[in-house]
Design a protein around this ligand. Sequence first.
Ligand SMILES: [Fe+2]
Length: 531
Amino acid sequence: MAKDIKSDDKTENSSDRHTFDRRKFLGTAVGLAGAVAGASLSANAQAQPPGSGAARPTPPEFQTPQLFRLESDVHDCQVTGKIPDDLNGAFYRVGPDAQYPMNPRNIPFDGEGHVGMFRIKDGRVDYKTRYVKNDRWKAQNEAGKILFPMYRNPYMDDPSVAGLSRSTANTHIINHKGYLLSLKEDSPPAALDLITLETVIPNYTFDDTLPSQTFTAHPKIDSQTGNMVAFGYEATGFGSDDVSLFEYTPQGELVWNAMVKVPYVGMLHDFAVTENYIILYVIPMVIDRQQIQEGGIHWAWNDSERTHFGVVRRDGDGSDMRWFTGPTRSATHVMGAFEDGGRVYVDVEMSESNPFPFMPMQGGKQWDPVRGTSYITRLSADMNNRNVSGYDIERLYDYMGALPRQDDRYNTASYRYGFLGTRDKDAANPRQANAGYVRMDNATRTTEFWNAGAGTSLAECCFAPKRDNAREGEGYLMGVATRQNENGRGDLVILDAEHLSDGPVAVVHLPIRATGQIHGWWVPESQMPQV
Ligand SMILES: [Fe+2]
């Protein structure tokens, strides 16, 4: 177990470095980049450093391997095992799928959103995928080419698309008010039909009430009220340091909003919500205006900048925002968060440096795969002590990986169980470590691991409760497996979340490669339209 450190210590890079093992990493690289690349990393893949300055050509292993573009319908999929009687609903996924050949200097985050659905009902599974046909998709479809050639750089856009939403809608997906919202954090969502996946409202602004020009890819559902708590950064315009915080009822009524400022304009990909607080985390993936002017992407990593952990009350006007300063770190996804005794705790995937090999490094630094490896880490701050300016950092588990999940009914409540796509940390040959899913029990600090076997890579997992009132963690963990020895054919694996090591209770076989996924979302039968 890694030793705890205090974030006030700027010399952090030596205090827990012993737990980063370069040899081990080379066999276990897994994370966001792999997920975005369609889970196409082989077990011993190692990314090449992209160098510094403007965006460089994307390393081969992270390039879109081919244009997929296949919108598909597979009825009554072949299943090995048995779909559980108490698993009814839909597992939605979304990821980038480049509509036309991308600019080779662009990054895989910028492919157009392609939504997939595994509709699971009465022991049968149908599979359907559709592009998000928003303003961007329609304009490019008409032109027959890419018109938005660089990730979050409007200065590179074709003049014909001036004023259109730049959203790829490719990052996350969530149901709200009878719609499926497909999310990209630089824009409002697109609203899709939950059954047909057709795009109903290309630029969904919550009946013109959205108090932000942007909308996070990671809204949280309040565990008590069912309200959706969300935020938008760069909220008042491109590159602005304003962050809009807001909360909608399930019926779409805006019940609270406030505006705060961040210490610097950096990536705020995810956030945390507890009963009383909203917690933001600003990382040194900073806006690089010179790089943008030179035709590069929005972000670059500043390896000398510090992180900021900000806490603000949910019911206030934002003026109580309190920033705690910490060492250089990256943290992009929250597993869960809670309050206890006046402290706020946020469990995140955390790395020492840039986790994305295709994101430029400022200052001529080289991307470091060891310092870019993430572990589940607990951040906490004492809200009762006005004299504290830093936050505490504790690594919780030695499984590496990104894209942690929880039982989403506990988004804003104290939680016990987390889940993570990872690799076998005990493999005899770390270079050949198999992928798998792990359940983390925060009460006992114990884990249970399912080894997916050789030749398989895994997308982010998602938890589905057995019943709406099931106890925490009582349900199924599911995710898409890519069979590398079968030309990337996809399977949906379904495991009992309380018995992961027993292996899947059912495997849903696709005859084709599944669309790529960044994130997925489970909608239970009780929230599905009854048609
Ligand atoms: Fe994300």
